[in-house]
Design a protein around this ligand. Structure first.
Ligand code: AMP
Length: 125
């Protein structure tokens, strides 16, 4: 069920539980600002989710309310994760779903990294 991106942050969302170590994840990156782990239902040979450590519902919330330090740290982490995955040369796609029309399912900001094959058109037609 897509979420309302204007809702208050829900500390019981699945990515909050991953950040607290309450449920497992295949973590590939971890620093002061971000954590990255494999998507549980990969849609490409590489499908990694990068999330900020802070309590942000969506890109809208994060871009409006995160500090400059958090934003810089998160953006740098996304790049570092892609480099560590070795996908810069072959190419990759970033995706952040926000709200209902985008089909955002988890109410904690996450950027998808897709790579490892030609990724097709940007949007389904
Ligand atoms: P979105 O539709 O952008 O909100 O994407 C949510 C993503 O989270 C989907 O690609 C799910 O497969 C993924 N996901 C849901 N639960 C987990 C989990 N426990 N560990 C890793 N990925 C998950």
């Amino acid at each position: 069920m897509p979420i309302d991106p204007t809702q208050p942050y829900d500390d019981q969302n699945i990515f909050a539980k991953i950040l607290r170590g309450e449920i497992p994840a295949k973590t590939v990156y971890d620093d002061d600002y971000a954590v990255a782990f494999h998507d549980i239902a990969p849609q490409a040979p590489h499908h990694i989710l990068v999330i900020p450590r802070g309590r942000y519902v969506s890109w809208d919330d994060f871009s409006a309310n995160a500090s400059d330090e958090e934003i810089a740290g998160f953006v740098r982490a996304v790049g570092a994760v892609a480099r560590a995955a070795g996908v810069v040369e072959s190419g990759y796609r970033l995706l952040a779903n926000v709200g209902l029309d985008a089909g955002q399912e988890v109410p904690h900001l996450h950027v998808h990294i897709f790579a490892g094959q030609p990724l097709g058109p940007m949007l389904s037609r």
